[in-house]
Structure formats: structure tokens, C-alpha cells
Design a protein. Structure first.
Length: 230
């Protein structure tokens, strides 16, 4: 099959799944910003996106996208290394035009995947999973109390630091992946190449800053309230 047997096909799969995941991150970030405005409003959204059938279908589809993206990332990396053979051991100066992120996409991806695991443990496991198994207080709070779990998580400086590291890695991963995906899909000619890079940098910066704002604001609130790690 073309999408798996050719290098271009594998890159197309990476690009399409990557763009879909960026759209999800945009939605997730927008939802999280509601927590900065209204605890009740955020929990209403959490209840709507609980263990309902449509949320479960969407979560399954999202998980499939993540798995496909990760598998193809490793696959492409291994194939590229195999194609280079012993050349990868040669010590050569990297061209200035080659970005640091493009040289470290696999490492950045591993950090992002590790951060995703932490996020699932802190939120999905205590919320949607808790509802699925019929134990809504599995995490110590009600499964629909997303606001409470945000307060609980980001009152801990360890989690704050880990999340900010995760978001930094995500920013590097997305800024390269955004324009690279568009280039693979043929939407980036000579004229639009630099434009898409600029648009991608601005877009992904806003998305990551949105997530970071929630982390920092809730941590500062915890300092004012004297909260600590649970």
C-alpha cells in the first residue's frame, strides 16, 4: 500500500495525523482557558465530555491518531537511518538552514509522549476512566470536577515544572512539524515556505502559551491560598 510502502506515503500519514492532533490541541487549549474564567463553566464542559458515547468514540479516534503518529515517526526514523547507513557516523557540520528541532524530532516526540502519559495519569485516569469503571471518586474528587483536578495538579511545583518542560518540547515539536506537514502535502511552495513557517510559529506559540497560562495561573493561585502537593 502506497501510504506504508513508500517514504512519501509514510510522510503523508505523519502529516495528516499531525495536523489532526494540532486541531485537537487547539480545542483542548480553548477548553482549558475556560477554567481561568469560570469553575462552573469548565466543569459543565467536563461533564459534557465525560464517559458519554460520543466522547468515548472521539477519545478512541484520538488514541488511534496518536498511536499511528508515533508508530510512523519511529518507522520513518529507522528507515532514514537505514538508508543513510554508515554515513550517519560521519562527523559533519550541520547546515545553518537545518533547524535544531528538525534534527531532534524523535527525541522531542519521546518527551511529548512521556508528558502525555503524565497528563493521562493526572486527568483522564481520574475522570473519564473513573466514570468508565463506575468509580467516580477514583482520584479523590468527583470525576466531573475537572476544575478541582486542575487545582490539585498545579498546586504541586513538581508537576508545574514537568508540565512546562513538556510544553517547551511540544512547542519545538509543533513549530517544525506544522510547516513540515504542509510542505509534505504540497501546500508550501517557494513563496509560501517562509510564510507558513511564520504562521506556524505564531499559531503553535499561541496554543502552547494557552496551556502554559493555565499551569502558571493555577500555581500562582495555589501560592496565594497556601496549597501544596496532594
Amino acid at each position: 500500500m502506497w501510504l506504508s510502502n513508500s517514504s512519501i506515503g509514510r510522510k503523508v500519514v505523519m502529516s495528516v495525523t499531525g495536523i489532526a492532533l494540532v486541531l485537537f490541541l487547539t480545542f483542548h487549549m480553548s477548553m482549558n482557558l475556560v477554567a481561568l474564567i469560570s469553575a462552573e463553566g469548565y466543569n459543565v464542559i467536563c461533564e459534557f465530555l465525560g464517559a458519554n458515547w460520543y466522547a468515548l468514540v472521539a477519545t478512541t479516534a484520538l488514541a488511534a491518531l496518536v498511536v499511528i503518529h508515533i508508530v510512523y515517526a519511529f518507522w520513518l526514523t529507522m528507515m532514514n537511518r537505514k538508508a543513510r547507513g554508515t554515513e550517519r557516523y560521519a562527523v559533519e557540520a550541520k547546515p545553518k538552514s537545518v533547524e535544531w528541532a528538525s534534527q531532534n524530532m524523535l527525541v522531542l516526540g519521546i518527551v511529548v509522549a512521556a508528558g502525555l502519559g503524565l497528563h493521562l495519569a493526572n486527568f483522564w485516569y481520574k475522570m473519564m476512566f473513573a466514570e468508565i469503571i463506575g468509580n467516580p471518586t477514583l482520584g479523590g474528587l468527583e470525576a466531573t470536577d475537572g476544575y478541582g483536578y486542575i487545582v490539585q495538579t498545579f498546586s504541586c511545583p513538581i508537576f508545574v515544572v514537568l508540565y512546562l518542560i513538556w510544553l517547551a518540547a511540544l512547542w519545538f515539536h509543533l513549530t517544525h512539524g506544522f510547516w513540515s506537514a504542509l510542505q509534505t502535502l504540497g501546500w508550501s511552495n517557494k513563496i509560501w515556505f517562509e510564510r507558513w513557517k511564520l504562521i506556524g510559529n505564531i499559531y503553535t506559540t499561541l496554543v502552547v502559551l494557552g496551556f502554559a497560562a493555565v499551569v502558571v495561573v493555577f500555581y500562582l493561585k495555589s501560592l496565594c491560598c497556601g496549597a501544596s502537593c496532594v
